[in-house]
Structures are given as C-alpha cells and as structure tokens.
Design a protein around this ligand. Structure first.
Ligand code: KG4
Ligand code: ZN
Length: 349
C-alpha cells in the first residue's frame, strides 16, 4: 500500500497588529491538520503610546516582522519552502494595509513554487482555532470575543458555520480597551482592566441592554462608564468602576450566549478570540456548566491561540484545500464589514 500523501500548508496572518506564520501538515483524508511550527510577533510596543492600533505603523511593522517569523517557522519545522503544498493568508476582514503584507507574501510564494494559494477568512479561522487542540462534539455554539469582532455562530461541521448574531457597535475586546483607556490604563486594555477589576466590587450600577434578539450592543455601557468617570472625578473608585463595567459587559455577553444555546438546543459552547483569555469570563462560563446546567461543557483554545495567530488560519486553509477552493492570484483583500477595530478613530471615545 502506498503511504497516504502528506500535505504541508504555510499560513500567514497579518490582519491587525499580530504578525504570525504557521506550518501545518495533514493527510488528505484527515479532518484537521496538525501544527508543526508557528511564530507570532505582537506590536503592542509600537501602538501602546497611541492608545490604539495605528494602521500605517501596523503595516510597516508587519513588513519588518514577517520574514523573521517565516525564517523561524521554516527552521523549527524543518520543511523547505519547496516542499510546501499550499500557501495561505488572511484576506479579510482587517486593516487593508496589514492584510496586504501577509496576502502578498503568500501569493508570491504560490507563484514562485507553482502551488495553490488559499485566501482565508479571519473569523472562520477564529471559529476553527478550537480544532488545533480539541475535537468538540458537533454541533456547537461558537462565541467569538475578540478586539474586532463579537459574534455567535452555529457550527454543524468544519465546513458549515452559520452566523446567529453579532455586535451592532463595539466588539467586546474593543469595549474593554476603550473602558481601560477611560480608567487611565495602558493598551491593550483588556488584561489591564481585568486585573484592576480583581481588586474591586461591582458596586456601581449599570443598565441592562434592552435590545431583543441575538445581536450585541456594548456602546451604551461604554457611555455609562464615560459618564461615571466624569461625574465621580477624583472620588472615582477605579477598581470598583472596572469591576462594575466588566460585570455589565459579561452579563450582556452571557445572556446572549444563554439565549442562543436555548434557541439552537445546543449543549456545547466554544469561546474563541482574545477576550476568551479573561479569567472572570471563564469563571462565569464554568457557572453555565455547574450552576445553570445549560451546557455540558465549554471549551476555549489555549491563550496563545485565543488571540490572532496563523495556526488558526492554517486550519481554515486546510478545509479550503480539501474542498478544492483554491483562490485566484488576483484575489483581493477586504476591509472589515464594519470599521477597523482599535484604529485611532475608533479608539478615541
Ligand atoms: O483576538 P484578538 O487578538 O484580536 C482581534 O482579532 O481583534 O483579541 C485582542 C483583544 C483586545 O481587545 C484585548 O484587550 C482583548 O482581546 N483581551 C482581553 C484579555 N486579553 C486580551 N480582554 C479582556 N480580558 C483579557 N484578559
Ligand atoms: Zn482576531
């Protein structure tokens, strides 16, 4: 019997402020690929003094970081470029100048080595990131909670991902970042706000979102926090404000998740994206298993795969490859369906 063919995929992710390259391999009949090597270079140092991602600086930083990331992955993976079977890159959504860096690199390599080019969707990548380490029972509800996106999906198979709801204004991570900025914390504010909230009590009242359905809206809470900060001035109990704001954000998220689970009769929840690193969110999700009993289990990727990474793009790319959905070398990149996240215009509250 001949050995089953081994496919190698090289994936690039550069949609916002993380430059990442990953090498994955799989046999054609596999459902998901195995991660061989990957690398990520964050740009926090570039953007923190501006309190948000500066698109122009982000694109330039991608140009600087991409080749070192690629060299590291090729060295660790021990696979030469000539042995790669397909080159993949995030094509949307994201900051155009940033997307172009990874996209152009993957296209150039495809052309050079006459191998397929796979143009990938960032959000699909986030949804599929859970398959890097887990095999969740299907169907499941996927909640994407990142800096640019907050949405719910029904996942019936690796190739069947249906949207159920999304944010109408800020993404959850964006709401964390903007709230952190109001509280004088540094960028990216999510982890900082979480830390500050740990020493506070949710003693400031925040209103509940009244909007029906499975869409989210976080901008009202952001305005409430802005009013609170202004009203209290010097006497603001910052840790309590952080805890109250976080509680309001998570109450809204969890209530929508519960509603979707009920409506779709699903008992497995997958949470992906940068905010899935948040410990308070994780504690609240544990309660969905142990107290309300609405789910049997919830799963999140390890912290490194919660934030933007090329490994998740590689999983999505492998599915495209299996389905024969090869992209044209003329394929374009696409901005977000909503304005780019954390850009200076959006982060100025
Ligand atoms: O998924 P990601 O890397 O980027 C996008 O695709 O947008 O997520 C980054 C976001 C940032 O907004 C960051 O503040 C937030 O995830 N984040 C957190 C935590 N860690 C990262 N938010 C709250 N708590 C955290 N521990
Ligand atoms: Zn992302």
């Amino acid at each position: 019997m001949p050995e089953p063919e081994l496919i190698h995929i090289l994936a690039f992710e550069s949609s916002c402020d993380d430059t990442s390259v990953a090498l994955l391999r799989a046999h054609c009949e596999d459902e998901t690929p195995q991660l061989v090597a990957w690398s990520v270079q964050s740009q926090n140092e570039v953007h923190e003094k501006f309190g948000g991602v500066v698109p122009e600086l982000a694109s330039r930083a991608h140009l600087q970081n991409l080749l070192p990331c690629l060299q590291k992955v090729l060295k660790e993976g021990g696979v030469p470029l000539s042995k790669i079977d397909a080159f993949a890159a995030t094509s949307q959504p994201g900051l155009i100048g940033c997307l172009l860096v990874g996209h152009s690199a993957a296209k150039t390599l495809s052309m050079l080595f006459s191998k397929p080019f796979l143009s990938c969707h960032h959000i699909q990548g986030h949804v599929l990131s859970v398959f890097l380490e887990h095999q969740p029972a299907l169907p499941f509800l996927a909640a994407i909670v990142s800096g640019g996106h907050t949405s719910l999906y029904r996942v019936d198979s690796l190739d069947d991902v249906q949207p159920l709801g999304q944010t109408r204004d800020d993404a959850l991570g964006e709401a964390y970042d903007k709230g952190a900025k109001m509280l004088g914390l540094s960028f990216p504010g999510g982890p900082e706000l979480e830390l500050l909230a740990q020493s506070g009590e949710p003693s400031y009242p925040f209103g509940k979102v009244k909007m029906p359905g499975l869409d989210f809206s976080f901008s009202g809470m952001k305005s409430e926090l802005a009013r609170l900060v202004k009203r209290e001035g010097e006497s603001l109990r910052r840790a309590d404000a952080a805890a109250s704001y976080q509680t309001a954000l998570l109450d809204h998220l969890i209530s929508r998740i519960e509603e979707a689970l009920r409506l779709e009769s699903m008992r497995t929840l997958v949470v992906v994206g940068g905010v899935a690193r948040n410990q308070e969110l994780r504690r609240r999700l544990d309660c969905l298993v142990s107290e309300t009993g609405i789910i049997d289990r919830w799963i999140a990727p390890s912290p490194a795969f919660c934030t933007d990474n090329a490994a998740m793009i590689g999983v999505h790319a492998f599915r495209l490859f299996k389905r024969g959905e090869i992209s044209d070398l003329q394929a374009d990149v696409g901005a977000t369906s909503r304005p780019a996240r954390k850009s200076l215009t959006r982060s100025s509250v």
